[in-house]
Write a protein that binds this ligand. Structure first.
Ligand SMILES: [Zn+2]
Ligand SMILES: [Zn+2]
Ligand SMILES: [Zn+2]
Length: 326
């Protein structure tokens, strides 16, 4: 496998065949009892039976060893898929989705995400750490056992680049964070607000790409998800995430979730370093959740322009009225 850069859009694409996955085991590889099969990166709690376990992906898109080996042939850039690819098992219980964990257990999952992002960002080769979750049969989940995945890459993903550019331009013109401005307007108008708890807000974005697309944000400015403000109460985020996921799952059992946090800015050289000057003020972490409604799922990826048949205002109204209890 290799990474190729599209010279026009400047996005990196992983090209090639993934190595064959381990022969499918009879029992679930993520269930307790398989600890000796693979290295454990992190186990929470560190002693005794684990509640959350992090391990290397069995069939990784990116591998930790070796040099990036950036090469160019004419106008085409290539590099080796150096990086990290981890699985975060969110619960030892096979049939319990993240949305049906206790608030305390969701909080532990959030803390584990933070710990892994911080650790991976210590490696200066890695420019970005992505946390994502494909949940449900329509989302292409790899195992039914509740888990999320984390990748560390030597490049910043395309959508984050778009956000960085837009946030930088906005602060240059208005001297404000575009995300904070969005949050203020959403709270003022209230039409697209789904729920809120403490300093955390869930809303359907104004130009949502898919029906019931929902974002979760911190009302207080912060560019780094993994470094909460000293006054932040992250257990409130756990409560809100659980409530939002339970609402969404009543509408569609499958969804993609992705966390957008600021890139690794420790590397002060390179093509993006100009963005780092204002990043603490212009970028703002957020969680994007894209539910998959069965009939339309196939069209999302191919479309050049998204068509969302559900007005975000109607979606938010419906979600507000949906019961969020377990
Ligand atoms: Zn399992
Ligand atoms: Zn902000
Ligand atoms: Zn985003």
């Amino acid at each position: 496998m290799e990474l190729r850069k599209d010279p026009i859009t400047r996005s990196w694409v992983v090209v090639g065949h993934a190595e064959s996955a381990p022969a499918s085991a009879e029992s679930c590889l993520l269930c307790p009892g398989h600890e000796s099969d693979t290295r454990t990166i992190l186990s929470v709690p560190t002693q005794g039976a684990w509640q959350v376990r992090v391990l290397p992906h069995f069939d990784p898109l990116y591998r930790i060893e070796g040099e990036v080996g950036r090469t160019a042939e004419g106008i085409y850039d290539t590099m080796r898929p150096v990086g990290a690819h981890e699985i975060i098992i969110e619960t030892p219980e096979h049939n319990r989705p993240l949305s049906h964990l206790s608030d305390e257990a969701i909080f532990v999952v959030l803390q584990t995400w933070c710990a892994r992002i911080i650790d991976l960002k210590r490696d200066l080769r890695f420019k970005y750490v992505t946390l994502f979750k494909d949940s449900g049969p329509q989302a292409g989940e790899e195992w039914t056992h509740s888990h999320s995945q984390m990748t560390a890459t030597t490049f910043v993903p395309r959508r984050i680049l778009y956000e960085l550019r837009a946030a930088r331009e906005y602060i240059t013109q208005k001297d404000r964070c575009v995300f904070c401005d969005i949050i203020r307007q959403e709270e003022r108008q209230g039409q697209r607000v789904v729920d809120s708890h403490g300093d955390y807000l869930a809303f359907c974005p104004f130009a949502g790409r898919v029906p019931f697309e929902t974002w979760i944000v911190s009302r207080k400015h912060n560019h780094l998800f993994e470094s909460p403000r000293p006054t932040a109460v992250r257990s409130n985020l756990a409560v809100l995430l659980g409530r939002v996921l339970r609402r969404l799952e009543k509408i569609s059992p499958s969804y993609h979730l992705v966390l957008h946090t600021a890139p690794n800015t420790q590397q002060t050289k390179g093509e993006l370093s100009d963005y780092w000057k204002t990043i603490a003020d212009d970028y703002h972490w957020h969680i994007e959740i894209l539910p998959i409604l069965e009939k339309r799922s196939r069209s999302y990826g191919i479309k050049e322009v998204y068509f969302n048949a559900m007005m975000p205002e109607e979606a938010a109204e419906k979600l507000r009225q949906t019961d969020h209890s377990q």
